[in-house]
Design a protein around this ligand. Structure first.
Ligand SMILES: [Zn+2]
Length: 308
């Protein structure tokens, strides 16, 4: 009888544990705020999609990226915990739907002015595509999701005693990647050019470039100082110059290894058999929808193009 009772109690404990784990998962807020400075916050989504930047001072509120449409009300709710002011502006760092999905609701329902590089708006005029799992398409965004202000090179906001410089980076993740530089606050938001949790996604269909990715990270390293805080497009923590140099070293290592193999006369298939990323996969290769196997053909093609 005692054994039966203990079994019952054990089962009950297991049930309580499993239930609490499930509840913990479903109860997790859609966004976790990471304060960057007094006026800048990174909102990290629980689904690991694009991080949102919030710049809120006594004059106006500017958002960087709008996540997916399904989370836009949760996003606005999170912003309302930071500031009582309405959101005035949204900057999209690039075209992908986890960075632009909330655009239409923000513009239509909340009167937010949408801003991005010319290329981003052009790509809003057709169905969207992301490169993961061999390519996934999304319906063309509504007309109200399109940016009303676009720029070809750079644009500045003068808000809350700050100059917020938004400028086109070299083609890297896509061909319309914007960096956002808060000059006074010494903060950079680099969109998906900078990921701290996985190999870089180079979206060739949207104009991305692996070698451009190295150039773009080098540009960010040039801008950043030892105190600069850097918001990654994806990643759980606010990063810095050290985080940038860590990514840069990984990119350069991969470039050099693939170039050496090409110089030896190996084909892409033969390079694939060499496991060139073996020592890097534990740190960067944990996301099954985009691994070194997805990146290698892109690096290989760009380097062969350069060699010819
Ligand atoms: Zn992206």
């Amino acid at each position: 009888m005692g054994g039966y009772f203990r079994l019952q109690v054990s089962l009950l404990l297991v049930l309580v544990f499993v239930t609490s784990v499930c509840l913990a998962q479903t109860d997790r807020p859609a966004f976790t705020p990471h304060p960057v400075t007094d006026s800048i916050t990174m909102l990290e989504p629980s689904d690991t999609n694009g991080n949102v930047g919030v710049f809120a001072g006594d004059e106006a509120v500017l958002l960087i990226d709008s996540h997916f449409e399904r989370n836009v009300e949760a996003l606005i709710n999170e912003v309302s915990k930071i500031t009582e002011l309405p959101i005035s502006f949204l900057v999209n760092t690039h075209i992908h739907p986890d960075h632009t999905g909330g655009n239409a609701v923000l513009a239509e329902k909340y009167g937010v002015t949408l801003v991005a590089h010319d290329s981003v708006r052009l790509r809003m005029l057709e169905e969207l595509r992301i490169p993961r799992r061999g390519g996934i398409t999304f319906p063309q965004p509504a007309a109200s999701a399109r940016q009303v202000i676009t720029f070809s090179d750079a644009l500045s906001f003068h808000l809350n005693g700050e100059e917020v410089r938004v400028f086109l980076a070299p083609p890297a993740h896509t061909d319309g990647d914007s960096f956002v530089h808060f000059k006074h606050s010494d903060v950079l938001h680099l969109g998906d050019v900078f990921r701290t949790n996985m190999y870089p996604i180079v979206d060739k269909a949207n104009g991305g470039s692996f070698l451009g990715m190295i150039a773009a990270i080098e540009l960010a390293i040039d801008i950043a100082g030892p105190e600069t805080k850097v918001i990654p497009g994806h990643g759980e923590e606010v990063s810095d110059l050290k985080g940038l140099t860590e990514v840069h070293s990984m990119l350069v290592l991969l470039r050099n290894r693939v170039q050496t193999a090409i110089d030896e006369g190996l084909s892409l298939a033969e390079i694939g058999e060499r496991n060139l990323s073996e020592d890097l996969d534990a740190r960067w290769g944990g996301v099954p929808s985009w691994t070194f196997a997805d990146l290698l053909p892109i690096i290989d093609a760009e380097l062969r193009e350069n060699t010819e």
